[in-house]
Design a protein around this ligand. Structure first.
Ligand code: PLP
Length: 388
């Protein structure tokens, strides 16, 4: 049976055109962009072309894009880079309790180094209240970091409102837009952000390449020390094929995003409606409308997320319990707990994320199989028996 992939938030397959664009940079066009001869300049030219494409997608200038090894590095760079460069101004950072681990763990690292971090709460939908951001600001605050769209529940945060607050207070504002870029329109000027993280493998590009947008004039220390690559902000010979692939992925995203956003939103809403109607004791996690077009996250009472994922896998359906990072740990999702779900409810979560190659037929197949799986698991569930 053909496998059904519904874990596009974890990663996306590399688009065949992206792969095609990358291949010459492994073979004929193998130069080191720092070399001044033909091969070096050929590679350098390809990098700069990709930089323009990435910048255009988010309405930035090309010199404001620094390529990194992915979203994690972009987040680490933004948090640590701004914190360390602005220590003389203050040691307070505001973030949210539902960030990706790349942001949360960077904050914990900074906490151990003497920074104080405010982790803002969220409401039942996973939304941050901009007023809470305003109230958390002190004269020691040097950075606000709030994600654009949550990777587990898909909730889209009020970034523009928070951006205005940050600007008024003269505080740097970073957003982790790894799940948003390529799926919904992202414009750094409309959002009012100074730093923005991206990752290619979430938008049909290759793994191991991402970028940090850094608004001109933002003070931050270099992430890697060594050579003079990336305007001396990120040393190391550039990942040329990866950067070229990222550029191609972004070009395709620009062409296809509007239509794809509509198609996926319709698919998502029908999927949510049918799933909640057909399976009792289930609820949607995340905001019903302010959510990514490709995210369906539900909790089913009396069953464990892991059991559902494993049983779906036996039926050739690939889903997840939440983020790829926490799916191998037994800890309940920090995102769902922050939204007020009990440990039991958080353990019963299931995430389907759709993408370019998802069809209505595939969703119909999930709706055929899932009620059966949940009924079987509930019949064996000690959780259900204790509620009877
Ligand atoms: N931030 C968010 C919101 C993500 O979803 C992810 C990936 O799951 C990352 C950061 C990390 O990106 P990468 O895998 O490129 O390091």
């Amino acid at each position: 049976m053909k496998r059904i992939y519904l874990d596009y938030a974890a990663t996306t397959p590399t688009h065949p055109e992206v792969l095609k664009a990358m291949l010459p940079y492994f073979t004929d066009a193998f130069g080191n962009p720092s070399s001044i001869h033909f091969y070096g300049q050929e590679a350098k030219g390809a990098i700069e072309e990709a930089r323009v494409k990435v910048a255009n997608l988010i309405n930035a200038r090309d010199e404001e894009i620094i390529f990194t090894s992915g979203g994690t590095e972009a987040d680490n760079f933004a948090l640590k880079g701004v914190a360390l460069a602005n220590e003389n101004k203050g040691n307070h950072i505001i973030t949210s309790s539902i960030e990706h681990h790349a942001v949360i763990e960077s904050c914990k690292f900074l906490e151990r180094g003497g920074f104080s971090i405010t982790y803002l709460p969220v409401d039942e939908y996973g939304l941050i209240d901009p007023d809470d951001v305003r109230k958390a600001i002190t004269d020691k605050t040097v950075l606000i970091s709030v994600m654009h769209a949550n990777n587990e529940v898909g909730t889209i945060e009020p970034i523009t409102e928070i951006g205005k607050i940050a600007r008024e207070a003269g505080i740097y504002f970073h957003t982790d837009a790894v799940q948003a870029v390529g799926r919904i329109p992202v414009d750094v000027n409309e959002l009012g952000v100074d730093l923005l993280s991206m990752s290619a493998h979430k938008l049909y590009g290759p793994k191991g390449i991402g970028a940090l947008y850094i608004r001109k004039g933002t003070k931050l220390v270099a992430f890697m020390h060594g050579g003079e690559q990336e305007r001396r902000r990120r040393a190391s010979t550039e990942n040329v094929p990866g950067i070229v692939g990222f550029g191609k992925a972004v070009e395709l995203a620009r062409q296809e995003m509007g239509e794809e956003e509509k198609r996926l939103t319709n698919l998502r809403d029908q999927f949510i409606k049918d799933l909640l109607e057909q399976i009792d004791h289930t609820r949607l996690n995340g905001h019903p409308t302010m959510r990514l077009p490709n995210n369906v996250n539900v909790s089913a009472d009396y069953v464990e997320g892991e059991s559902m994922v494993l049983n779906l896998d036996l039926e050739s359906i690939c889903a997840s319990t939440g983020s790829a990072c926490s799916s191998s740990s037994l800890e309940p999702s920090h995102v769902l707990l922050a939204m007020g779900l009990s440990h039991e409810q958080a353990h019963g979560s299931l995430r389907f994320t759709q993408g370019k190659w998802t069809t209505e037929e595939e969703i119909r197949r999930v709706l055929e199989v899932l009620p059966r799986i949940i009924a079987k698991l509930r019949a064996m569930s000690p959780l259900l028996k204790s509620h009877r």
